[in-house]
Design a protein around this ligand. Sequence first.
Ligand SMILES: O=C(O)C1=C[C@@H](OP(=O)(O)O)[C@@H](O)[C@H](O)C1
Ligand SMILES: C=C(OP(=O)(O)O)C(=O)O
Length: 437
Amino acid sequence: MARIDYRVAPGGRLRGSVEVPGDKSVSHRVVMLGAIAEGTTEAEGFLEGEDALATVAAFRAMGVEIEGPREGCIRVHGVGLHGLRPPEGPLDLGNSGTSMRLLAGLLAAQPFDTVLTGDASLRRRPMRRVTQPLQLMGARIETTPEGTAPLVIRGRRRLAGIHYPMPVASAQVKSALLLAGLYAEGRTCVVEPAPTRDHTERMLAAFGAPVRFGDGTACVEGGARLRGRRVLVPGDLSSAAFLLVGATIAPGSELELRGVGVNPTRTGVLHILRAMGAEIEVLDPREAGGEPVADLRVRHAPLRGIEIPPEWVPLAIDEFPAVFVAAACAEGETVLRGAAELRVKESDRIAAMAEALQGVGIEARPLPDGIVVRGGRIRGGSVWSHGDHRVAMAMAVAALRAEGTVLVRDCAAVATSFPGFAELAARLGLGIETVVR
Ligand SMILES: O=C(O)C1=C[C@@H](OP(=O)(O)O)[C@@H](O)[C@H](O)C1
Ligand SMILES: C=C(OP(=O)(O)O)C(=O)O
């Protein structure tokens, strides 16, 4: 992979009206459910980022015909619950935790073995959270002694439904078990310690599966058939978050982001930013493909530090790098606790963001399960993203309030979730330049 840095000039403002790329979580699920459905699934607004493309490649390797994606359109020719074919080699899922964890569930009951692997970051991430409950259902999955990938999934197993109270609030674990549950005898129920994104449940229902959810427990019956359909993928609120924060912190900014997903299991970032003083309007709320969507209007506003309520943490889990930048521009201290999950994402996002913020002159004190950020002057400087797309984009928008140039090193992974980020942000007014090393 080419090494890419961002060199971002200090100051500026964000103005304009744009769409952000398609939702990554929904895009993965379009391919997965489309592949095991009967008939064709057609989606618009599909994310052409590396993570979703890794899922596409995995299903192609298992014999599924997939046309596109081209300009956001993708057509998946479903093979039915039992139509996947053994891949010829390991499935390489790159940087994508969602691909690996959901596929572990989906592949646990296939009549063939599979090996799931990924890049160095993905091979460091904990996988027992899915392999252990899947084993309770009857699956056989081997991890490394550390509980990491490569995963060796032994097929030809009969699975039985379980009732599983999840120890961590994870949509990936929940989704893996529901997908395995499609193949299991009886009912599979997953109890959430706190609400997490419910895209799998919504899409299963739209595809005709007998699923029940919405009261803290998600259940699916085994053996149901899925029917392919048309899906409109909303814009990704997790990508929009960088622009929302950028416009909020930079005086003179005013942005409209059209067609962004505002599923209530994802909108923690809106609650947090508004509680800090941000001016974000949710306009023309509507539904697209079973998901709530709206246009977001945001303008510059002064921010104050807050204690982030713990119940908002799973609803904003991917947005914290951006939220920490907002905190760096706020009056006073912002305190986050109850977010130890951030330590096991593409990077340790608590350590990586604390280091990056300190690198530009901000006081940021990591806690075992969170961080304390004191708002202050952003000096500028050279920081390392740790190869994490969200750390890279967060630090790029921080330059809007910096006194000197911000160099963000190692930004190639931005292509996993937000292809074209630098070009779009530049068009809106960020002084960002991509440097290929
Ligand atoms: O289900 C999903 O699509 C996702 C769930 C979240 O992970 P966890 O389930 O590990 O919280 C999130 O961080 C990830 O980006 C996408
Ligand atoms: C955590 C993320 O993704 P994944 O778990 O799919 O790698 C993310 O996109 O922030």
